[in-house]
Design a protein around this ligand. Structure first.
Ligand code: ADP
Ligand code: ZN
Length: 288
């Protein structure tokens, strides 16, 4: 039996299941402070006899196995979680293999194994929600290097009609600063869900995301691109991306039919937790 954690900035989803994506039990806890949230997580997992646990976590996190702070959540502004030894805390409670990666890498792993990119050996998973983050699978492996990718913070060209200053505390008008949910809300003065009929909102959103996708495609050449997160519930954003991306790329690359290449998650809202189960399975296999 495998345990999975999708650790988000607002909630932790924990599940019990198998590497086929079958989930037999699922709970969620609000993300408050580790002394509270992690105690609940451990109590939940103690009810089972687990073989391994997989974690897809909000970040930044330390994924470098050689590093003394491997398994930590590192520079997050989230109170109590900064420099938090996430993996070690679980290791102390359960002496079993633990897989650890970012939330979006986890979702990419779920999608490439059982979702929209099933049967392929590469994909890119992007979430456009409270923040923008992306995870990638390359030749069947999660893409990590010096650290994990932080594709939400790339720079984009401004839309000529957009004078919003941007919301990223580090870069102001990086992609996340211009196109994540909170940026939409601040630029237009209302929540995305209340802006459904404002065509220009979603056109500008697609303008920025198309630029980002162009760069990800040029650098990583993923076989499938999956866009999840709250903002992507607006189908109009996909339509705008399908319009802007060919204008940007021109005929330089020949891409598949964009409506099949750039898609919603096949696992819907379960991409992350499913990926965490698969990660748990991989951790188990590595140790056995
Ligand atoms: P998180 O990123 O925190 O995991 P979400 O992916 O749901 O959570 O993203 C939340 C952001 O997405 C908020 O800024 C919210 O306003 C926006 N959002 C959520 N649902 C929708 C929707 N249906 N249409 C447009 N924006 C949405
Ligand atoms: Zn930024």
């Amino acid at each position: 039996m495998l345990g999975a954690i999708e650790a988000g900035g607002t909630k932790f989803v924990c599940a019990i299941g198998d590497e086929k994506g079958n989930i037999v039990e699922r709970v969620q806890f609000p993300t408050t402070v580790p002394e509270e949230t992690m105690v609940k997580v451990i109590e939940f997992f103690r009810q089972y006899s687990l073989d391994a646990i997989g974690i897809g976590s909000f970040g930044p996190i330390d994924v470098n196995q050689e590093s003394p702070t491997y398994g930590y959540i590192t520079t997050t502004p989230k109170a109590g979680w900064r420099n938090y030894p996430f993996v070690q805390t679980l290791k102390d409670a359960f002496d079993i293999p633990i897989g650890f990666t970012t939330d979006v890498n986890g979702a990419a792993l779920g999608e490439v194994t059982l979702g929209a990119a099933k049967g392929l050996d590469s994909c890119l998973y992007i979430t456009v929600g409270t923040g923008i983050g992306a995870g990638a699978i390359v030749r069947g492996q999660i893409l990590e290097g010096l650290s994990h990718p932080e594709m939400g913070h790339i720079l984009v060209r401004r839309h000529p009609n957009d004078h919003y200053q941007g919301k990223c505390p580090y870069h102001h008008d990086c992609l996340e600063g211009l196109a994540a949910g909170p940026a939409i809300e601040e630029r237009w003065g209302d929540k995305g869900i209340n802006l459904v009929n404002r065509a220009e909102v979603w056109d500008i959103e697609g303008y920025y995301l198309a630029q980002a996708l162009m760069q990800y495609i040029l650098i990583l050449s993923p076989k499938k691109i999956i866009l999840g997160g709250g903002v992507m519930k607006q189908r109009q954003v996909f339509t705008a991306i399908y319009k802007y991306l060919p204008e940007l790329i021109q005929n330089y690359l020949s891409l598949p039919d964009l409506t099949e290449y750039i898609v919603s998650p096949g696992l819907a809202d379960d991409a992350g937790i499913t990926g965490a189960l698969i990660l748990a399975h991989q951790a188990f296999e590595e140790k056995n």
